[in-house]
Design a protein around this ligand. Structure first.
Ligand SMILES: [Fe+2]
Ligand SMILES: [Fe+2]
Length: 396
């Protein structure tokens, strides 16, 4: 990576900026040290970051191959999953009637702002000679919020398909019952996020390349536990953090209610992921296999931490005015993005610990990137969706 950076620095700024997406993609992959992890993330990385498969219109076909696990004896083999299934059935809600879709949403109304004024620090942009009027700042926040919700929507589509796949592949029969409820939950999430974007914000951004890479990697991996790890722990963890942050900060009532309902479903999904993987990772895998997953999870966590930087909004607002490197700096310093990363990792890291992917060997790597401070938090099996909402309300 360093060598690529040094060569790039010799190029004129304009050319360097044009090459930046490719240099960034190559840099990301060059950082992955473990060859097994590179084999798993490499091809999705090429498809997502270099070929931009997620941005080429419909359809995107991702080959999936996994074993469907049948059991003709229908055992009740996991009491905690059985209980989760019961709770999931009782927690169902209808996105069409439960939410008040007659609410009129004005993304430019400062009284009911989608995201708060302090979400982006505009003085950081002024440093580069760009001064936005209060009206333009509002427009910008509207774009950023629509971008975040679009990524939630794309993530939900991935979750819908992944939930269907893991329902086939999981080896617990109680897990299959539970998994079916998650498929319905995710379909509802796609429904409500799409309806909100389509009818209230009138915007839809394309899928972020890095999100595409993670979705592609877990859809095409034939190992059921990698699907679980990718979707139920990593992407769901990311979603929970992001939903929580937005729930806390938005003043738009329909969005707030929508997020509150989705968060309660998502809390069950992550709980299920922890249950399914804890025993498998800590008791059934060899140390070398466990190690591979541990490194994979760390690399994906880094991908989410460093690379989820709203380039799709950059292309709309700042291309030609800021370089991509300057944009990265603005986004990294945005207080809202910092809050987003904080809530995301405070949820994710305890879950990784709980499923046995935070051994003493990997902890220094987390320490280096400042994520060890979340190590002692409560994992998803210890906290319900309602508790999560209460905590978010109390901290707001
Ligand atoms: Fe979801
Ligand atoms: Fe989910």
């Amino acid at each position: 990576m360093l060598r690529i950076d040094r060569i790039a620095n010799l190029l004129p700024e304009r050319i360097r900026d044009r090459l930046d997406p490719y240099l960034e993609a190559i840099g990301t992959m060059a950082e992955v040290g473990d060859p097994r992890v590179l084999r798993s993330l490499g091809p999705p990385g090429v498809r997502g970051m270099l070929l931009k498969r997620g941005k080429q219109g419909v359809p995107t076909l991702i080959p999936a191959s996994h074993k469907a696990f049948f059991d003709w004896t229908y055992p009740h083999d996991h009491p905690e999953m059985e209980e989760l299934y019961r709770r999931a059935k009782q927690g169902q809600w209808d996105g069409e009637t439960y939410l008040d879709w007659s609410t009129s949403v004005d993304p430019m109304n400062p009284e009911l702002a989608l995201i708060p004024e302090g979400f982006v620090d505009f003085t950081a942009v002024e440093k580069y000679g760009i001064k936005l009027s209060p009206q333009e700042q509002m427009q910008f926040r509207y774009s950023l919020c629509a971008w975040m919700l679009s990524q939630f929507l794309h993530g939900e589509q991935g979750a819908l398909f992944a939930a269907a796949q893991v329902t086939e592949a999981v080896q617990f029969f109680d897990g299959k019952y539970y998994g079916a409820t998650q498929v319905v939950d995710e379909a509802r999430h796609v429904e409500v996020f799409h309806r909100y974007l389509d009818t209230k914000l009138n915007r839809l951004y394309q899928v972020n390349d890095n999100l595409f890479v993670i979705i592609d990697a877990l859809m095409s991996d034939s190992r059921w536990d990698m699907k679980f790890l990718g979707m139920q722990i990593m992407i769901e963890g990311l979603a929970l953090g992001a939903f929580g942050m937005l729930y806390q900060s938005t003043r738009e009532p329909l969005l707030k209610e929508l997020l509150k309902m989705v968060i309660q479903d998502e809390a069950r999904h992550v709980h299920y992921g922890v249950l399914a993987l804890r025993e498998y990772f800590t008791q059934q895998l060899s140390e070398s296999e466990r190690r591979e997953r541990e490194v994979w999870a760390f690399e994906v966590a880094l991908l989410m931490r460093n690379r989820f930087l709203a380039y799709e909004v950059y292309e709309e607002w700042a291309e030609g005015k800021l370089t991509r490197a300057q944009w990265r700096e603005v986004m990294n310093l945005a207080p809202g993005m910092e809050a987003f990363r904080r809530t995301m990792f405070s949820r994710l890291v305890p879950n990784l610990r709980e499923i046995g992917l935070m051994s003493a060997r990997i902890q220094p790597a987390y320490e280096r990137v400042g994520l060890m401070r979340y190590f002692h938090g409560a994992a998803a099996d210890k906290i319900t969706g309602q508790q999560m909402i209460r905590e978010l309300d109390a901290a707001a």
